[in-house]
Design a protein around this ligand. Structure first.
Ligand code: HEC
Length: 581
């Protein structure tokens, strides 16, 4: 085949790569020893030669005129999709919490349907982008056309890119050897200031903002090192920032970007491994990376692309959802969303990496430990299931069917008056709260079964929370499309569910004026006698944190400050470090 013929047969970058490979192979063929097809006869020294006849040409997408976007619109659509939609629908739009939005499907749904969904949302967990004012009518129109076209594929992000982005701002040897400030390091709240790209450190005792630390965009979570000295934050943009709490003022000491879109970070917690390693999981590219715990220097990157656990067909974008450190083994528990696999990654020997791959369920999202710390309960939200992983024996303990699209955060552990120790989750897709028995020894009949189901205010719940010192169970509904629901929170008495729930108008208490004012994520202080809520408003509007007295369920304080821009997740240092929830 002549080169010009080849050029016509193939198009685009695939063709170029194939062409280069072909030329190299042709060159090699002349040297006799490396015949291109030696492999067919069992030869072992030949290089891989693509079978050009079988390689499909890259088909250029055919944009339908009606759905065309200008270059500016495409750029805006890409940005909005990446920041606002990919979390639920996937970068390649194959679907996760939200359904598949590839052109094949969206064309079938039609423009009117798609636009209506983006504008009004749905009680099953799709936010109302239009009516909430978060997207303008023009932006809704751009997004509707955007999802009618093929999703652009973002670039890879390997060791070279990670190293380029990696910075050690204060070297370990230049850091203090003891705490140089008077902050209650075991009772700080690391608060995500979502749209500001910052984390606020708020004093759990005085409610004073001690420090604002610049971080990645829309920090998803903050995690503590095992010793409680360092806070690791991960932005949705894949940026990890490591904050040292010991200097006179808490200071960022290292930073790295581990991907283009990410959600999870965790540190080694096994005895003897405290603060030694960190791990982060990316949505894009689909991979996890193990880093030095003191500097964030990347050590090992592992791709999660592979087969769905059940169908055993290939998925190009199996995103890493939550990651948790085991207390029983030197292992990280890595939850891979699309393939439905839980990977136990043994970090004691990175050169000879041992992993256990547990078939769980799709699409794994977030979860938490039971009260003993042995079992990890993780939501497989598309299958309305909670998978239970035994972190001690390193296997699947159970799959438990719950309500529609469970979203537990880390869940809530308490002792049910009738069924003993339970772990509870709320749901994005319905108003129920499911309680699962977690005591296979003391209450074997109830273990890994839904023992009780109660109804909260509505769907669109993201977080549920209690504390060992409290009898209250708090359930938020920030993604419900009804303002009365997303601006308030429901609270139950864990010792008497027959009383139903009380509704606290948290947003009204914050008295902020204009805006959506979504009430999100209850988080306890160390003592368990206060529960904090974010009142999450638009970037240009006023937000706040509302502190509620847990015992009396009354307002204790509204933390208002111009620096509190779009607060969302809050992580109490002690409760996060010790997995208290
Ligand atoms: C919090 C998760 C979440 C986010 C963020 C989200 N969606 Fe959705 N989306 C959903 C869910 C869940 C559904 C299905 C709702 C239902 O079936 O009622 C959905 C449905 C849709 C549908 C209708 C599809 C169908 O099958 O009917 C479209 C279109 C859509 N989303 C577009 C978007 C766009 C565009 C964005 C970003 C601006 C976005 N979504 C952000 C969760 C989300």
């Amino acid at each position: 085949m002549s080169h010009s013929k080849l050029n016509r047969a193939l198009a685009g970058s695939v063709a170029l790569a194939a062409l280069l490979a072909f030329s190299a192979a042709a060159g090699a063929a002349e040297t006799k020893t490396h015949a291109p097809d030696a492999g067919k006869d069992g030869g072992t020294t030949n290089t891989y030669v693509p079978q050009l006849d079988n390689m499909p040409a890259e088909v250029a997408p055919k944009p339908e005129d009606a759905f065309q976007l200008t270059a500016d619109e495409l750029a805006e659509g890409k940005k909005i999709f990446f920041e606002r939609c990919a979390g639920c629908h996937g970068v390649l739009r194959k679907g996760a919490t939200g359904p598949n939005l590839e052109p094949e499907r969206t064309h079938e749904l039609g423009m009117d349907h798609v636009k209506a969904f983006i504008t009004y949302g749905s009680p099953a967990g799709m936010p109302n982008w239009g009516t909430s004012g978060e997207l303008t009518e023009t932006q809704v129109d751009i997004m509707a056309r955007y999802v009618m076209n093929d999703p652009p594929q973002p670039p890879e992000w390997g060791m070279d890119k990670m190293k380029e982005s990696w910075e050690v701002l204060v070297k370990p040897e230049d850091r203090p050897t003891k705490q140089m400030n008077k902050l209650p390091l075991d009772d700080l709240f690391a608060v995500t200031l979502r749209d500001a790209g910052e984390v606020a450190l708020i004093n759990g005792k005085t409610h004073k903002i001690e420090q604002i630390v610049p971080t990645g965009y829309a920090v998803h979570i903050s995690r503590m090192s095992a010793s409680g000295r360092y806070v690791y934050t991960i932005g949705r943009d894949g940026r990890i920032d490591m904050i040292d709490l010991w200097p006179a003022e808490p200071t960022k000491v290292a930073s790295i970007k581990i991907g283009l879109e990410a959600r999870s970070v965790e540190t080694s917690k096994m005895k003897g491994w405290e603060d030694k390693l960190a791990i982060a999981g990316a949505y894009w590219p689909p991979q996890y990376v193990i880093m030095d715990g003191a500097t964030l220097e990347p050590q090992k990157i592992v791709s999660t692309r592979g087969m769905l656990y059940d169908e055993q067909t290939f998925h190009p974008e199996p995103r890493v959802a939550s990651i948790l450190a085991s207390h029983y083994n030197p292992e990280f528990i890595v939850n891979v969303k699309e393939t439905g696999k839980v990977i136990l990654v043994d970090y004691s020997d990175l050169k000879n990496l041992k992993t256990v791959e547990i078939e769980a369920e799709r699409f794994l999202h977030d979860g938490g430990l039971d009260s003993t710390g042995r079992y990890f309960l993780v939501a497989a939200n598309a299958r309305n299931t909670i998978a239970v992983i035994d972190t001690k024996d390193r296997n699947l303990a159970a799959l438990v069917e719950v309500g529609t699209t469970p979203h537990p955060g880390r869940g809530a552990n308490f002792v049910h008056p009738k069924f003993g120790p339970v772990w509870a989750t709320s749901h994005l897709g319905d108003e129920t709260i499911s309680m699962i028995g977690t005591d296979p020894e003391g209450h074997p009949d109830h273990a890994w079964k839904v023992v009780d189901t109660i109804s909260g205010q509505g769907g669109g719940s993201l977080f549920i929370k209690t504390h060992p010192n409290s009898k209250n169970l708090w359930v938020d509904t920030p993604l419900n499309s009804d303002a009365e629901l997303y601006q308030s929170v429901a609270v139950f008495d864990t010792q008497d569910f027959s009383k139903g729930y009380e509704v606290l108008p948290i947003a009204e208490w914050a008295d902020l004026g204009e805006g959506a004012k979504r009430v999100v994520q209850p988080e306890y202080n160390k003592a368990g006698d206060e529960v904090w809520f974010s009142v999450w408003n638009g970037k240009e509007q006023k937000s706040a944190i509302v502190v509620v007295d847990d015992k009396t369920r009354t307002l204790k304080q509204v933390i208002k400050d111009d620096r509190l821009i779009t607060p969302t997740g809050k992580f109490n240092t002690y409760n996060t470090q010790h997995d208290v929830y």
